[in-house]
Design a protein around this ligand. Structure first.
Ligand code: PRP
Ligand code: URA
Length: 208
């Protein structure tokens, strides 16, 4: 069974309050989603290995440590884009792939419309980024595609999950750890997370 980490950190909770509030406008919503992406990165990278390097400080030579893995950030379009800048600011050497998926509004099944990945997905750590883990149809499909392209070390990174989505993702991809800012109550009858934050893509891009 894959690991599930719910951040539940005061700084993240503070920003999540803004993100959840329906009065929050597009600019502040977008900035806060990106900031939570940055804060979550601290936890996602906790077990990353490093290699020693020798650097010279203004005082003397010393051993310092740098990341020794390639990292690839793969946002699920559109809403995943909102978290990319925050994560990329923390790991500026990361490459970025893209998966275009949307949920069919009737069936809630994911429809794939775009995919483009850097070669590093094969030997690097791949962060699949999507703020909303609802039915998990989108996350499972994205991970299936990445595995078919050779990715073996995949982590899912989101803002809000629910028990239904987490258990499906754990069942279909037990090797993929799940990192979320918050775990909500349930899915409603039209597949939205309750209490959630509404339609993340629309709120990020002002499309409704
Ligand atoms: C939203 C969200 C996820 C998906 C989650 O995307 O960004 O990708 O729904 O739902 P699921 O877990 O039930 O698959 P949406 O389909 O609304 O597309 P968008 O990001 O382009 O708005
Ligand atoms: N997608 C969203 O944007 N919000 C939800 O609550 C569920 C799926």
């Amino acid at each position: 069974m894959s690991k599930v980490v719910i951040l539940n950190h005061p700084l993240i909770n503070h920003k999540m309050a803004k993100i959840r509030d329906k009065r929050t406008g597009t600019k502040e919503f977008r900035e806060s989603v990106s900031e939570v992406g940055g804060l979550i990165t601290y936890e996602i990278t906790r077990d990353f290995t490093t290699r020693p390097i020798i650097v010279e400080t203004p005082i003397c030579e010393t051993t310092a440590y740098e990341l020794d893995k390639h990292v690839v950030i793969v946002p699920i379009l559109r809403a995943g884009l909102g978290m990319v800048e925050g994560i990329h600011n923390m790991i500026p050497t990361a490459k970025i792939g893209h998966i275009g998926l949307y949920r069919d509004e009737e069936t809630l099944e994911p429809q794939v419309y775009y995919q483009k990945f850097p070669k590093d997905i094969i030997d690097g750590v791949v962060l699949v980024v999507d703020p909303m883990l609802a039915t998990a149809g989108s996350a499972c499909k994205a991970i299936e595609i990445l595995k078919a392209h050779g990715a073996t070390d995949i982590r899912y990174v989101g803002l809000v999950g629910c028990p239904e989505g987490v258990s499906r993702l754990q069942k279909e991809h037990p090797d993929v750890p799940i990192y979320l800012a918050a775990m909500d109550s349930h899915l409603n009858e039209v597949g939205y997370i309750v209490p959630g934050l509404g339609d993340c893509g629309d709120r990020l891009f002002g499309t409704k």
